[in-house]
Design a protein around this ligand. Structure first.
Ligand SMILES: Cc1cc2nc3c(=O)[nH]c(=O)nc-3n(C[C@H](O)[C@H](O)[C@H](O)COP(=O)(O)O)c2cc1C
Length: 268
């Protein structure tokens, strides 16, 4: 197989929703998962776990849950489309825009069926972590005991008490950041998975719509409530006639960067 540079891979990878029926073997998926596991994670926790559905099971889940998962996304998609067309200079819109609410609803549904509804037979992969509620209690207690130790190091009891009280409000932040960084670890794995699949000539699409129906999905798959699905990814061979989504869903805008050279005069 032709090898491509990392840069080329990053620029070429595109979300694909239209697949052929060509099969993807378990060993190939395993290879992709192993490659994706080189993604960085906080403290190298590698908290990601994967559920890989067969082609048949993927079809079943897509048929049952895709549209239900999209229901709550349609208003957001309508908003994105409205904002996107409003941002285009006059006369540069590709098609005439709807004017009434009913026409907008129809436009969103047409857009979904044409571009976003999954076609063909990809494999569906869920990336999840196991929620360990006890871990958060432990983390809270650990933060508290560290805080008490630090407060005891203060020169007086009053100062120690002041330090304790003012630091106490950081504890919820610590816990929130801990949860967030764990999620970021899984996000890194998810993106790495798409690049790993791309490096093997496969197409992917990260899908969040299934997260909206997570409870029903878990029940259908026989999974416990401790399973927290963070992402789902379609993996397959791109259909030769796959539609190309509107530019709005493909292009990149310049990265907003706030270059900081001088700190002296900055005010919040
Ligand atoms: C976290 C995340 C969630 C996404 N959820 C969906 C989804 O539910 N359905 C879908 O069709 N595409 C979904 N996408 C794909 C994005 O629409 C796509 O990545 C974006 O339009 C940029 O296009 P590109 O991936 O082709 O560069 C998601 C992407 C990310 C990163």
């Amino acid at each position: 197989m032709e090898t491509i540079s990392l840069e080329q891979g990053m620029r070429e990878r595109r979300a694909v929703r239209h697949y052929s029926d060509a099969h993807i073997s378990d060993p190939l998926l395993s290879e992709i998962f192993e490659l994706a596991s080189w993604a960085p994670s906080p403290g190298n926790t590698q908290a990601w776990k994967v559920i890989a559905l067969s082609h048949e099971a993927s079809k079943d889940v897509i048929t049952r849950f895709e549209l239900a998962g999209w229901e709550s996304v349609f208003p957001v998609l309508g908003q994105v489309l409205r904002n996107g067309s409003a941002a285009l200079p006059d006369g540069q819109g590709t098609e005439p825009q709807p004017s009434t609410a009913a026409e907008w609803n129809q436009h969103v549904m047409d857009m979904y069926h044409k571009h976003f509804e999954v076609k063909g037979s990809p494999r569906l992969v869920f990336i999840y972590r196991t929620i360990d509620r006890k871990r958060y209690v432990d983390l809270f207690l650990l933060s508290l005991s560290t805080l008490i130790l630090r407060s005891k190091e203060q020169p007086s009891l009053i100062k120690g008490l002041g330090h304790f009280i003012s630091s106490l409000r950081n504890v919820p932040t610590l816990i929130r950041v801990n949860a967030l960084t764990r999620t970021l670890g899984l996000a890194n794995f998810t993106y790495a998975l798409t690049l790993a699949a791309h490096s093997r000539g496969l197409a992917t699409c990260i899908q969040s719509n299934y997260l909206n129906v997570q409870r029903d999905l878990r029940r259908h798959l026989g999974l416990g409530s401790e399973v927290d699905i963070v992402a789902s990814v379609l993996i397959g061979h791109q259909a030769p006639n796959a539609s190309v989504v509107p530019e709005l869903f493909r292009t990149r805008k310049p990265v907003a960067v706030d270059w900081i050279d001088e700190l002296a005069h900055r005010k919040p």
